[in-house]
Design a protein around this ligand. Structure first.
Ligand code: PLP
Length: 272
Protein backbone atom coordinates (compact mmCIF):
# COMPACT_ATOMS: atom_id res chain seq x y z
CA UNK A 1 0.00 0.00 0.00
CA UNK A 2 1.30 3.43 -0.88
CA UNK A 3 1.17 5.57 2.25
CA UNK A 4 -0.80 8.80 2.11
CA UNK A 5 -0.89 11.58 4.62
CA UNK A 6 -2.91 14.77 5.12
CA UNK A 7 -0.99 17.91 4.24
CA UNK A 8 0.05 20.05 7.19
CA UNK A 9 -0.33 23.09 4.93
CA UNK A 10 -3.44 22.39 2.88
CA UNK A 11 -3.92 26.06 1.94
CA UNK A 12 -0.47 26.58 0.43
CA UNK A 13 -0.62 26.52 -3.33
CA UNK A 14 1.98 27.46 -5.90
CA UNK A 15 4.02 30.34 -4.54
CA UNK A 16 4.00 33.74 -6.23
CA UNK A 17 7.76 33.36 -6.82
CA UNK A 18 7.20 30.21 -8.85
CA UNK A 19 4.41 31.85 -10.85
CA UNK A 20 6.37 35.04 -11.58
CA UNK A 21 9.65 33.27 -12.38
CA UNK A 22 7.90 30.98 -14.86
CA UNK A 23 6.19 33.98 -16.50
CA UNK A 24 9.46 35.94 -16.64
CA UNK A 25 11.24 33.00 -18.28
CA UNK A 26 8.37 32.51 -20.75
CA UNK A 27 8.26 36.18 -21.78
CA UNK A 28 12.02 36.81 -21.41
CA UNK A 29 11.11 39.61 -19.01
CA UNK A 30 13.19 41.16 -16.24
CA UNK A 31 12.26 39.12 -13.19
CA UNK A 32 11.34 41.59 -10.47
CA UNK A 33 9.46 38.89 -8.57
CA UNK A 34 12.41 36.86 -7.36
CA UNK A 35 15.79 38.46 -6.83
CA UNK A 36 17.99 36.67 -9.35
CA UNK A 37 21.21 38.67 -9.66
CA UNK A 38 22.52 38.67 -13.22
CA UNK A 39 26.13 39.18 -12.14
CA UNK A 40 28.62 37.09 -10.22
CA UNK A 41 29.68 37.60 -6.64
CA UNK A 42 32.82 39.41 -5.55
CA UNK A 43 35.93 37.38 -6.58
CA UNK A 44 37.42 38.20 -3.17
CA UNK A 45 34.59 36.26 -1.56
CA UNK A 46 35.24 33.26 -3.82
CA UNK A 47 38.96 33.42 -3.01
CA UNK A 48 38.27 33.69 0.71
CA UNK A 49 35.94 30.65 0.64
CA UNK A 50 38.50 28.69 -1.38
CA UNK A 51 41.32 29.63 1.00
CA UNK A 52 39.22 28.72 4.06
CA UNK A 53 38.31 25.30 2.63
CA UNK A 54 41.93 24.57 1.71
CA UNK A 55 43.04 25.65 5.17
CA UNK A 56 40.87 22.86 6.57
CA UNK A 57 37.91 24.83 7.91
CA UNK A 58 35.49 22.07 7.06
CA UNK A 59 34.29 20.98 10.46
CA UNK A 60 30.91 21.32 12.12
CA UNK A 61 30.73 24.85 13.47
CA UNK A 62 29.32 25.52 16.94
CA UNK A 63 25.50 25.53 16.89
CA UNK A 64 25.30 29.31 16.81
CA UNK A 65 28.05 29.79 14.17
CA UNK A 66 31.80 30.41 14.12
CA UNK A 67 32.78 32.82 16.90
CA UNK A 68 34.88 34.95 14.50
CA UNK A 69 31.90 35.34 12.17
CA UNK A 70 29.52 36.19 15.01
CA UNK A 71 32.04 38.74 16.26
CA UNK A 72 32.30 40.27 12.78
CA UNK A 73 28.49 40.52 12.57
CA UNK A 74 28.32 42.17 16.00
CA UNK A 75 30.99 44.70 14.95
CA UNK A 76 29.16 45.45 11.70
CA UNK A 77 25.88 46.12 13.50
CA UNK A 78 27.67 48.31 16.04
CA UNK A 79 29.41 50.30 13.30
CA UNK A 80 26.17 50.86 11.39
CA UNK A 81 23.58 51.18 14.12
CA UNK A 82 25.47 51.94 17.36
CA UNK A 83 24.11 48.95 19.25
CA UNK A 84 26.48 46.32 20.61
CA UNK A 85 25.15 42.78 20.62
CA UNK A 86 26.97 40.08 22.56
CA UNK A 87 28.54 37.87 19.88
CA UNK A 88 28.36 34.84 22.18
CA UNK A 89 24.76 35.03 23.27
CA UNK A 90 22.91 37.36 20.93
CA UNK A 91 24.12 36.57 17.40
CA UNK A 92 23.23 33.32 15.65
CA UNK A 93 24.29 32.22 12.16
CA UNK A 94 21.68 30.27 10.17
CA UNK A 95 21.31 28.65 6.76
CA UNK A 96 19.59 31.66 5.21
CA UNK A 97 17.02 34.13 6.47
CA UNK A 98 14.22 31.72 5.64
CA UNK A 99 15.59 29.21 8.13
CA UNK A 100 16.13 31.95 10.71
CA UNK A 101 12.50 33.07 10.45
CA UNK A 102 11.15 29.51 10.64
CA UNK A 103 13.32 28.72 13.64
CA UNK A 104 12.31 31.87 15.51
CA UNK A 105 8.63 31.18 14.85
CA UNK A 106 8.86 27.51 15.86
CA UNK A 107 10.71 28.47 19.02
CA UNK A 108 8.37 31.24 20.16
CA UNK A 109 4.86 30.54 18.86
CA UNK A 110 2.67 28.22 20.92
CA UNK A 111 -0.46 26.54 19.60
CA UNK A 112 -3.19 29.15 19.19
CA UNK A 113 -0.86 32.15 19.46
CA UNK A 114 -1.57 34.96 17.02
CA UNK A 115 1.13 36.38 14.75
CA UNK A 116 0.51 39.64 12.90
CA UNK A 117 1.88 39.90 9.36
CA UNK A 118 1.65 43.02 7.22
CA UNK A 119 0.30 42.16 3.79
CA UNK A 120 1.69 41.79 1.17
CA UNK A 121 4.53 39.87 2.79
CA UNK A 122 7.25 37.32 2.02
CA UNK A 123 5.38 34.13 1.36
CA UNK A 124 7.16 31.89 3.84
CA UNK A 125 5.80 33.75 6.90
CA UNK A 126 2.25 32.40 6.96
CA UNK A 127 3.07 28.70 6.33
CA UNK A 128 5.74 28.95 9.05
CA UNK A 129 3.18 30.33 11.50
CA UNK A 130 0.71 27.57 10.61
CA UNK A 131 3.38 24.86 11.02
CA UNK A 132 3.94 26.19 14.53
CA UNK A 133 0.21 25.88 15.28
CA UNK A 134 -0.19 29.65 15.35
CA UNK A 135 -2.81 31.83 13.73
CA UNK A 136 -1.69 34.35 11.12
CA UNK A 137 -3.49 37.69 11.45
CA UNK A 138 -3.14 39.57 8.18
CA UNK A 139 -3.10 43.36 8.44
CA UNK A 140 -2.94 45.17 5.10
CA UNK A 141 -0.33 47.83 4.44
CA UNK A 142 -1.85 51.05 3.12
CA UNK A 143 -2.91 50.41 -0.49
CA UNK A 144 -0.82 52.37 -2.97
CA UNK A 145 1.89 53.57 -0.58
CA UNK A 146 2.50 50.31 1.33
CA UNK A 147 3.09 52.33 4.51
CA UNK A 148 2.20 50.74 7.87
CA UNK A 149 -1.31 51.54 9.11
CA UNK A 150 -0.84 51.88 12.86
CA UNK A 151 -4.54 52.07 13.64
CA UNK A 152 -5.04 48.70 11.93
CA UNK A 153 -1.97 47.16 13.61
CA UNK A 154 -3.17 48.41 17.01
CA UNK A 155 -6.64 46.99 16.38
CA UNK A 156 -5.14 43.59 15.53
CA UNK A 157 -3.19 43.25 18.80
CA UNK A 158 -4.94 41.02 21.33
CA UNK A 159 -3.81 39.26 24.53
CA UNK A 160 -2.99 36.26 22.29
CA UNK A 161 -0.60 38.17 20.00
CA UNK A 162 2.84 36.59 20.35
CA UNK A 163 4.67 38.14 17.43
CA UNK A 164 4.55 40.91 14.87
CA UNK A 165 6.61 40.53 11.69
CA UNK A 166 7.81 43.65 9.92
CA UNK A 167 9.94 43.91 6.77
CA UNK A 168 11.88 47.02 5.79
CA UNK A 169 13.06 47.59 3.10
CA UNK A 170 9.93 45.85 1.98
CA UNK A 171 9.46 43.02 -0.50
CA UNK A 172 7.68 43.55 -2.85
CA UNK A 173 7.12 47.36 -2.70
CA UNK A 174 10.64 48.56 -1.63
CA UNK A 175 9.01 50.86 0.94
CA UNK A 176 11.38 51.81 3.75
CA UNK A 177 10.05 52.53 7.22
CA UNK A 178 10.97 56.01 8.41
CA UNK A 179 12.45 56.97 11.76
CA UNK A 180 9.04 58.37 12.77
CA UNK A 181 7.29 55.12 11.87
CA UNK A 182 9.79 53.06 13.85
CA UNK A 183 9.20 55.35 16.84
CA UNK A 184 5.45 55.01 16.42
CA UNK A 185 5.80 51.22 16.42
CA UNK A 186 7.99 51.43 19.50
CA UNK A 187 5.34 53.44 21.34
CA UNK A 188 2.58 51.09 20.20
CA UNK A 189 4.38 47.95 21.40
CA UNK A 190 5.75 49.45 24.63
CA UNK A 191 2.83 48.42 26.87
CA UNK A 192 2.48 44.99 25.22
CA UNK A 193 4.13 41.60 25.52
CA UNK A 194 4.45 41.30 21.73
CA UNK A 195 7.75 40.02 20.28
CA UNK A 196 9.03 41.36 16.97
CA UNK A 197 10.67 39.74 13.97
CA UNK A 198 12.34 42.48 11.96
CA UNK A 199 13.12 41.10 8.52
CA UNK A 200 15.92 43.35 7.28
CA UNK A 201 17.34 41.19 4.49
CA UNK A 202 17.31 44.11 2.03
CA UNK A 203 19.04 46.49 4.47
CA UNK A 204 21.75 47.44 1.95
CA UNK A 205 19.45 47.95 -1.04
CA UNK A 206 18.51 51.52 -0.25
CA UNK A 207 18.57 54.27 -2.85
CA UNK A 208 18.00 58.01 -3.31
CA UNK A 209 19.73 58.97 -0.08
CA UNK A 210 17.20 57.15 2.10
CA UNK A 211 18.47 55.51 5.28
CA UNK A 212 17.63 52.03 6.50
CA UNK A 213 16.18 52.34 10.00
CA UNK A 214 17.25 49.10 11.61
CA UNK A 215 15.29 47.95 14.60
CA UNK A 216 18.68 47.80 16.34
CA UNK A 217 18.58 51.62 16.51
CA UNK A 218 15.52 51.71 18.75
CA UNK A 219 16.07 50.43 22.29
CA UNK A 220 12.40 49.75 22.95
CA UNK A 221 12.14 47.66 19.78
CA UNK A 222 15.52 45.96 20.07
CA UNK A 223 14.64 44.58 23.50
CA UNK A 224 11.79 42.57 22.00
CA UNK A 225 13.19 41.87 18.51
CA UNK A 226 14.82 39.18 16.47
CA UNK A 227 16.53 40.99 13.60
CA UNK A 228 17.07 38.87 10.50
CA UNK A 229 19.72 39.69 7.89
CA UNK A 230 20.91 37.72 4.87
CA UNK A 231 24.33 37.11 3.33
CA UNK A 232 22.43 35.71 0.35
CA UNK A 233 20.80 39.09 -0.32
CA UNK A 234 23.71 41.30 0.64
CA UNK A 235 26.41 39.42 -1.28
CA UNK A 236 24.06 38.06 -3.96
CA UNK A 237 25.17 34.49 -3.34
CA UNK A 238 21.83 32.73 -3.38
CA UNK A 239 23.07 29.19 -3.28
CA UNK A 240 25.47 29.59 -0.37
CA UNK A 241 22.77 31.00 1.85
CA UNK A 242 23.76 32.25 5.23
CA UNK A 243 22.09 34.68 7.53
CA UNK A 244 22.15 35.84 11.08
CA UNK A 245 19.77 36.98 13.71
CA UNK A 246 20.53 39.26 16.56
CA UNK A 247 18.33 39.61 19.58
CA UNK A 248 18.70 41.43 22.85
CA UNK A 249 16.09 39.22 24.46
CA UNK A 250 16.94 37.12 27.45
CA UNK A 251 16.09 34.15 25.29
CA UNK A 252 17.93 32.40 22.53
CA UNK A 253 15.88 30.20 20.19
CA UNK A 254 18.89 28.07 19.45
CA UNK A 255 19.42 27.34 23.12
CA UNK A 256 15.80 26.25 23.11
CA UNK A 257 16.42 23.96 20.17
CA UNK A 258 19.51 22.44 21.72
CA UNK A 259 17.68 21.83 25.01
CA UNK A 260 14.62 20.41 23.28
CA UNK A 261 16.81 18.12 21.18
CA UNK A 262 18.86 16.89 24.11
CA UNK A 263 15.69 16.36 26.10
CA UNK A 264 14.07 14.39 23.29
CA UNK A 265 17.15 12.28 22.74
CA UNK A 266 17.51 11.52 26.45
CA UNK A 267 13.88 10.57 26.87
CA UNK A 268 14.12 8.17 23.93
CA UNK A 269 17.30 6.73 25.47
CA UNK A 270 19.45 7.60 22.47
CA UNK A 271 22.01 9.93 23.92
CA UNK A 272 25.41 9.36 22.36
C1 PLP B 1 11.43 39.72 2.69
C2 PLP B 1 12.28 38.51 2.56
N1 PLP B 1 12.76 37.92 3.66
C3 PLP B 1 13.54 36.83 3.59
C4 PLP B 1 13.88 36.27 2.36
C5 PLP B 1 14.74 35.05 2.33
O1 PLP B 1 16.11 35.33 2.49
P1 PLP B 1 17.16 34.13 2.29
O2 PLP B 1 17.36 34.05 0.80
O3 PLP B 1 18.39 34.56 3.05
O4 PLP B 1 16.54 32.90 2.88
C6 PLP B 1 13.39 36.83 1.19
C7 PLP B 1 13.70 36.22 -0.13
O5 PLP B 1 13.15 36.52 -1.14
C8 PLP B 1 12.58 37.97 1.27
O6 PLP B 1 12.09 38.56 0.17
Amino acid sequence: MTPTFPSKLPHVGTTIFTVMSALAAEHKAVNLGQGFPDFGCDPQLLDAVDAAMRAGHNQYPPMSGWPALREAVASKIEALHARRYDANTEITITAGATQAILTIILATVHAGDEVIVLDPCYDSYVPNIELAGGVAVRVPLTPGTFRPDFAKIAAAITPRTRLLIINSPHNPSATIWTDAEMRQLQALLAPTNVLLISDEVYEHMVFDGAQHQSTARFAGLAERAFIVSSFGKTYHVKRELMAWTSQALDYNPWTYWRDAYVHQESSSGQVH
